[in-house]
Design a protein around this ligand. Structure first.
Ligand SMILES: Cc1cc2nc3c(=O)[nH]c(=O)nc-3n(C[C@H](O)[C@H](O)[C@H](O)COP(=O)(O)OP(=O)(O)OC[C@H]3O[C@@H](n4cnc5c(N)ncnc54)[C@H](O)[C@@H]3O)c2cc1C
Length: 394
């Protein structure tokens, strides 16, 4: 079987693997990135039709590594966020007073991936290999070996970016904390009549949250948005099966106050919702990034933003190692990355989990407590600014 050599092997060519390869490319290391599919950029059954809310903090990193100019063509800014709990009487409006910064940006995942893949193809030290499925791992003195369906790859360091159901994690038996929400998210991209005015809505219903995210306008006379509706699994699977006209009227009932008439449903996809965090983000000559290390409820649109922080920490840990004269897979590099990423992630994991359960509770007491909480936050600039900065990741 063919054997390849690399300094760094990235397993998984989703958003994380691709962005990691791009961010590490200036280190001039020989990097191979593999994916069991085709880097998810075609519109087939494996395509990711979601949009991602990019926080200001991530955007600042993208500017630093010089990929933001390409992303910005596809980005719709979020200027306002409106959070509504059950009724319009209970709402909080967030905006950022600093006009040079937005609350975030919405970009389609397909556009993000296309931009990165296109840039990676121009880098001489990066090799993209698709349709390669990792099967097993082994160590020798100074290397880690990945055995795949078509080839083996010998590397100094493996970066596991193979997602929530990470094959690497299963092979190495890395323990995790796990939570199943018994909910799925229905993702619907659609065209509508009312101007979204760069506003994102988070509507909390008894059954679960529904987010409306403003998308970049692609048809001149209509506006576009994306809905992420968390609901119990059976309802989501029913909603996915029904005729587009019926889905349109069900959604319109929920959102037409904000979007006007839904003219066309463009994409519909569903995702099981669960959360997990690995008990450690590293192993021998290996580090876990983003969803391979942790996944959280999409309620606050922070999952990949947390992954971007991992990428920054990974870059720092490897650079620190190089400065110390260590090789890329040295135990110091792997442990240093874990120390930089784990604590922050654990805190956000807990916050999003509790946040979700607070909004699902529907007793008299919890309703009154939320009512009080909403009033305090809406009227207290300091708390509001704190939450705004937190959401912006700055
Ligand atoms: C409904 C929903 C909405 C979301 N919205 C937001 C948002 O607005 N903002 C935000 O920050 N985050 C959001 N997230 C989270 C975000 O989507 C994820 O964090 C992100 O997509 C993770 O990307 P990844 O590359 O780490 O993993 P994945 O996208 O899962 O990619 C893993 C890759 O590894 C490959 N792979 C797997 N196993 C193997 C193997 N054995 N061999 C080779 N390759 C392999 C797969 O083919 C895949 O391409 C949302 C999540 C959900 C569910």
């Amino acid at each position: 079987m063919k054997e390849l050599h690399s300094d760094i092997l990235i397993i998984g060519g989703g958003l994380t693997g691709l962005m990691t390869a791009y961010a590490l490319s200036p280190l001039k290391k020989n990097i191979i990135i593999i994916d069991k599919f085709d880097f998810g950029i075609t519109k087939d059954a494996n395509a990711d039709l979601r949009t991602t809310a990019i926080a200001e903090g991530s955007k600042i990193f993208f500017e630093k590594i010089n990929i933001w100019p390409q992303f910005s063509k596809y980005a719709e800014p979020i200027k306002y966020i409106k959070v509504v709990d059950r009724t319009e009487n209970r709402k909080i409006n967030f905006y950022n007073k600093n006009t040079s910064q937005y609350l975030g940006f919405i970009i389609k995942n397909i556009d993000l991936k296309n931009v990165i893949v296109h840039s990676l193809k121009t880098k001489k030290n990066i090799q993209l290999i698709n349709n390669v499925n990792l099967k097993s791992l082994a160590h020798s003195d100074d290397f880690i070996h990945a055995f795949c369906n078509k080839l083996t790859i010998k590397s100094k360091l493996i970066i596991a970016a193979d997602g929530k159901h990470s094959t690497v994690r299963h092979l190495l038996k890395t323990p995790i904390y796990h939570k199943n929400y018994n909910h799925s998210a229905l993702v619907v991209n659609f065209h509508h009549t009312k101007n979204h005015n760069a506003t994102a809505h988070e509507l909390f219903f008894n059954s679960g949250p529904l987010a409306i995210l403003p998308m970049k306008k692609i048809r001149t006379h209509l506006f576009s948005s994306s809905i992420i509706w968390s609901h119990d699994k059976s309802s989501v699977s029913q909603l996915k099966k029904i005729k587009p006209n019926l889905l349109r009227s069900i959604l319109e009932e929920k959102v037409c106050k904000y979007t006007g008439i839904i003219k066309k449903i463009v994409d519909v996809q569903d995702f099981d919702l669960s959360a997990h965090i690995n008990t450690k983000f590293y192993d021998k000559r290996l580090i876990y990034l983003a969803d391979a290390a942790h996944s959280i409820h999409p309620i606050a649109g922070q999952g990949w933003n947390l992954g971007i922080r991992d990428i920054q920490n990974c870059l720092k840990a490897i650079q620190d190692g190089i400065d110390l004269g260590l090789d890329t897979g040295d135990p110091y590099v792997c442990k240093n990355y874990h120390d930089l990423s784990f604590a922050d992630t654990y805190i956000l994991y807990q916050i999003t989990d509790k946040f979700n359960s607070i909004f699902l509770k529907d007793s008299f007491v919890s309703n009154r407590l939320r009512q009080l909480g909403f009033r305090i936050i809406e009227n207290n600039k300091k708390i509001k600014n704190y939450i705004t900065n937190f959401a912006m990741g700055i």
